[in-house]
Design a protein around this ligand. Sequence first.
Ligand code: PDD
Length: 289
Amino acid sequence: MQAYLNGQYLDKSSAMISVDDRGFVFGDGIYEVYRAVDGELFEGARHYQRLLEGVDALRIERPREAGEGQLLAIASRLLRENGHDTGHATVYVEITRGAAPRAHVFPAADTAPTVFVTTYPFKDAAAVRAEGARAITQPDVRWLRCNIKTVQLLPNVLAKQAAAEAGAFEAILIRDDGTVTEGTHSNLFAVLDGEVRTHPATNLILPGITRAVILEIAAELGLTVREVAITEGDLGGCDELFLTGTTTDVMPVTSLDGRLVGTGQPGPIATQLYEALSSRMESLRTVAR
Ligand code: PDD
């Protein structure tokens, strides 16, 4: 598998970073996951914008490769060389503040950021989607800048592991005050009182690209949508719950903490939104050919 690391294309198994890398030592970096269809990035401009916002929020100097054209060229070459330019794949980009002797304060201004890019095959969880996913709730113990896509994912990792050990697909995170925020790697939507609701794009959630696309699609379909937080108390009365994300698409949640959601079957709104999202992705194929 080919990867790009700091100006070089090489086999991923020989891509090495320094033990002084601040991504390794402090989690001092950001990442992005793009979806590719037949070698074309889905909503590439939006993912790129979020990546730049992350780099700027962490005050990492924008690396040379962070030009949109350069990054696109790197992604296209890796997708091709890895044989991921047909069908669905993902592109992973990570940018850290680079390698420097360990000190909390930012390193010298000439420290080059670390830039790593690779691609992965994408496997859709179609069988889970057909039945609906199980989810559990977990306390949201993350920091208060969840809008930045940092590589500091330990709370997400621990919550997802708890889900896996409970035989669930995802953990849904809840703040101490009962505000339901999102999943460990997905955003959350609920259908409640005839409305589609999702947490507003504040510091408490990642502003998901799929979330933004689903909001657009929902408006096009004439659904009533409100960006308002779902509370823990709302969860028991939802007609539908579903997750969205680059690696999740739209995933209906049909059981939460062992209790059925709505009818216990994937709901009509999640199904309709999934189909519309899929056809937007499929339209990339037409462009590509
Ligand atoms: N995760 N919320 C969190 C905490 C996420 O990590 C993600 C994505 C999302 C969905 O965002 P988007 O629609 O832009 O993918 C929401 C990626 C896929 C990951 O960590 O692998």
